[in-house]
Design a protein around this ligand. Structure first.
Ligand code: PHE
Length: 345
């Protein structure tokens, strides 16, 4: 009996030593220390032992059990420590310098839109935005461009309504930011001083100065007693802040159905300093905005009394401004997503 116990103990301890991982150790626990394990099996034989030996047998068995439990705990702990060590051996070296994060920056258009907006904000204009998908009514009709009017040919239009311009309420990608003139006036009492930056869309063949998606910044000022001198003064000041004192500014008459009189403003060519080159199509000037005094009919439609209120409006292409500022020769570079280009700004 005592021999059986010794053999069991020896064998069990050797088996435990051989258990290579935690599942094996657990299997060992069940086989030896478990309810139906070999230790209990040994103990159950106590009945077959002569009464006077039972006490000694019981004490020996208990001691054996404690010994096995201690060995089990120790083996478990050793395995746990070994697996922890394996893990830390694979872990990252926290003393290594980190990989640098690539830090991006604003797109050149965003930068220039913010800069232009800032100049006008300091002159008292607030910035508002409007929808890029627009009703025919705001994009054309309310701006004095009725259906079938030849002036519509100035805008190549991307229609959203499936029936195109023949729809009952035609809808389009706005071709300019001018529809916001009407939306702002409908919702606000004069005086008004707002600028409206945003994307515009035209259905056109692209070239070095034309994109089918581009930005405009609309400006609108309406109040009693506003005149053409206010328009020129405001835009001169803008050009001075944007391009510096040395750039020349030119106003010429131009036609837009929603202003009267209408003008356009050009800056002398950055490339040839006004001598004439490919970039300025040999004119020496680059046009950056259209402008004019808000047409009385537009004021009336928006619910303003044109005998009391007058105003000026302008619409400029910020990409063109950026092109002038940085000497960029092709507008298509802005939206071609070539990081070699974008990273330069
Ligand atoms: N909306 C005109 C365009 O896209 C520009 C413009 C705006 C002209 C405001 C006059 C007044 O060409």
């Amino acid at each position: 009996m005592a021999d059986d116990a010794t053999i069991l103990l020896d064998q069990a301890l050797r088996d435990l030593e051989a258990a290579a991982d935690e599942p094996a150790v657990e299997a060992w626990r069940i086989a030896v220390l478990g309810r139906n394990g070999s230790l209990n099996a040994l103990m159950s034989r106590i009945g077959a032992i002569p009464t006077d030996e039972r006490r000694a047998f019981g004490a020996a068995a208990n001691q054996m059990k404690q010994q096995m439990e201690a060995a089990f705990a120790e083996r478990n702990e050793a395995l746990r420590r070994a697996s922890l060590e394996r893990e830390t051996a694979q872990a990252i070296d926290v003393t290594l310098p980190g990989r640098p994060l690539a830090i991006g920056h604003y797109h050149p258009t965003t930068q220039i839109v913010r800069e232009i907006s800032g100049i006008f904000e300091r002159m008292g204009f607030s910035v508002v935005e409007g929808p890029e998908v627009e009703w025919d009514y705001y994009n054309f009709e309310a701006l004095n461009i009725p259906k079938d009017h030849p002036a519509r040919d100035m805008w190549d239009t991307i229609w959203v309504s499936p029936e195109g311009p023949r729809a009952e309420k035609p809808m389009l990608m706005r071709t300019h930011t001018s529809p916001m003139q009407v939306r702002v006036m409908e919702q606000t009492e004069p005086p008004i001083r707002v600028i409206v930056p945003g994307r515009c869309y035209r259905y056109e063949a692209t070239d070095a100065t034309h994109e089918s998606m581009f930005y405009q910044i609309e400006g609108l000022a309406v109040d009693e007693g506003i005149g053409l001198a206010d328009l020129k003064g405001t835009l001169y000041e803008f050009a001075r802040q944007m391009f510096g004192e040395q750039r020349k500014v030119r106003f010429r008459c131009d036609y837009f159905p929603f202003v009267e009189p209408g003008v356009d403003m050009s800056i002398d060519c950055f490339k040839c300093d006004g001598k004439g080159c490919r970039t300025c199509k040999n004119s020496g000037w680059i046009e950056i905005l259209g402008a004019g005094m808000v047409h009385p009919e537009v004021l009336r439609r928006a619910g303003y009394d044109p005998d009391r209120y007058t105003g000026f409006a302008f619409g400029m292409g910020p990409e063109r401004v950026a092109m002038l500022r940085y000497g960029i020769e092709d507008i298509r570079l802005f939206y071609a997503n070539d990081l070699r280009f974008l990273r330069q700004f």
